[in-house]
Design a protein around this ligand. Sequence first.
Ligand SMILES: Cc1ncc(C[n+]2csc(CCOP(=O)(O)OP(=O)(O)O)c2C)c(N)n1
Length: 357
Amino acid sequence: MSLFEDYDPLKGNMFQILKPDGTLRPGEKSPWNDQETFDLYQKMVFIRLADQRALMLQRQGRFGTYAPIWGQEACQVGSAYALQKGDWVFPAFREMGATLIMGISLKNFYLYWMGNEMGSRAPEGINVMPVSVPVGTQTLHAVGAAWAAKLKGDKVVTLVFFGDGATSKGDFHEAMNFAGVFKTPTVFFCQNNQFAISVPRSLQTASKTLAQKAIAYGFDGIQVDGNDLFAVYTAAKEAVEKARSGGGPTLIEGVTFRFGPHTTADDPTKYRREEEIEPWKPLDPMVRLRLYLKEKGLWREEVEGRLTEKSQQEIDQAVKDAEAVPMPEVEEIFKYVFAEMTPPLKEQMEYLKSTLT
Ligand SMILES: Cc1ncc(C[n+]2csc(CCOP(=O)(O)OP(=O)(O)O)c2C)c(N)n1
């Protein structure tokens, strides 16, 4: 029986394997052996520290802005890890975890937020599309790419990330409809982090779950504990395999929480009370994985210290390498919009240049 038949998104019975206390639900097991689980924990430590560093770099004026992933590591690592070589990730703007799991270097990732478009260029063989700031538009791109692959007979799956806020966009509904009709090999991953900037989930939709939106479009939807790496991976893996074997799309709603600001440009204390954050703290994806590993004898304070030190060294190097890349000329903002620059673009470019001299 398929996981998607066991969990009815209308009922809101969320799929979970690893409980917040680090123990497994009865009858459930880790999808990996101990070593692999530990390796993924190590990657998550690196990702969390790289995320924290990004925030600091912005505060120091070395990044333009940044959209932190703090709290959403399991959603991103678990789902991207379920892909195979040749599959594609279509990120929104908060997907450092998924991007690094796909093999993009931290240096490359940092470059984008430093304002260098070279950071949008994935190396050959790494299938990660550039950051998509216009909310939800990437869902259409992911469906188009999946459809193209299907027409060509390529066994490729596209995984697209978006937030709870994006589910109110027409793009999302058009993408879901098209995917359902043409049975495209697409996995829609909604990171329901409870907020779209200042708009809480309760004001986003009257639907009981976001996963249930799949029902209207004729395919599977499942609500997963987005802070549970094991559950996210297991659901994503099943969705990816289903897509690859011609079974069509799936909508996964990862229930999670954004601990940080929306981006470095906002102050969450203006719209979110401390009491709203408090209940999510014990549900942190890193905490439960650490408890699980501790019980297995694989985690101790010294281990954490070692992982942190090693990660910080790698992060230091990535910052150095990214800052050593020459910044592009300001003209490049305008140069590639059209084959030939239009008069308004030329005017804007001249104006910008005049403000810089
Ligand atoms: C088309 C469009 N409208 C508005 C914005 C401004 N904006 C940026 S992020 C955001 C909220 C997105 O919320 P959600 O989809 O839940 O993703 P999250 O930021 O929580 O990851 C908005 C309204 C935008 N970038 N694009």
